[in-house]
Design a protein around this ligand. Structure first.
Ligand SMILES: [Fe+2]
Length: 242
């Protein structure tokens, strides 16, 4: 599937510009420094004044990170998603929300996928974590329980993760791409628990409303170490049971 850039309208650009400027300002002092630095660094290919052109981003990415954006029609089967991550390909939809639905989405659009997810791929440790996550997913794709556990890990880190950088900051894409949740997640009405792999693997989540429980990591290294230890543990269990 290809991004059909010529299909975007003036209205789409207006929406993109509004979303980008509003959220970039909102995230100052609230997002992880690594995310904010990457957003700055990516300005030549990711900014408020043009709808992101995946070819342009991919050329930049190829040089800087080895990641590529893969166009998808919407949500795809989880095993395909794992496979793409394992090859350092991040899925993005190409459609954009409407002006009437600036703050409510049933499915991720391009603003969520690109603005929310892509900048942090510039962080080498987070990038290694994402790739290792994909590889573990590929290895476990026939084990339904493990797949669910990986989806929980994805949800509470890549989508809705917080990080301790002197104070609590945002790195999850679901928060970073949402005006309302950015403020809510750092407010007093939600519970923020320290990152705990065992708890997360057993923590179910609901996708139809904003979160009231978040997990906070101390560093991106902690995420990477978690996936390495999980891989080791699951491989050992497999060896014992075979
Ligand atoms: Fe997402």
């Amino acid at each position: 599937m290809q991004q059909r850039y010529e299909k975007y309208t003036e209205e789409d650009l207006k929406i993109w510009n509004l979303l980008f400027r509003r959220q970039e300002e909102n995230l100052q002092n609230k997002a992880s420094q690594s995310y904010l630095d990457a957003l700055e660094q990516m300005k030549p290919v990711l900014n408020a004044y043009e709808i992101p052109n995946f070819d342009k981003i991919n050329k930049w990415f190829q040089k800087e990170t080895g990641w590529q954006i893969e166009c998808v029609p919407g949500l795809i089967p989880v095993e395909d998603f794992f496979e793409l991550l394992a090859k350092k390909r991040f899925c993005s939809s190409t459609w954009l929300r409407s002006m009437e639905n600036l703050d409510y989405l049933e499915e991720p659009d391009m603003f969520h996928d690109i603005f929310g997810h892509v900048p942090l791929l510039c962080n080498p440790i987070f990038s290694d974590f994402m790739e290792a996550f994909g590889k573990l997913g590929v290895a476990m794709k026939d084990d339904a329980e493990r797949v669910i556990q990986l989806q929980r890990l994805y949800w509470f880190t890549i989508e809705f993760g917080l990080i301790n950088e002197v104070s609590t900051k945002i790195y999850g894409a679901g928060i970073a791409s949402s005006f309302g949740e950015t403020n809510l997640s750092l407010g007093k009405t939600v519970e923020v628990a320290p990152f705990d792999l065992k708890i997360i693997l057993n923590q179910s989540f609901e996708t139809d409303h904003v979160q009231n429980l978040y997990f906070q990591i101390d560093s991106y290294e902690q995420l990477f170490e978690a996936i390495v230890s999980l891989e080791k543990e699951w491989k050992e269990i497999k060896l014992v049971s075979n």
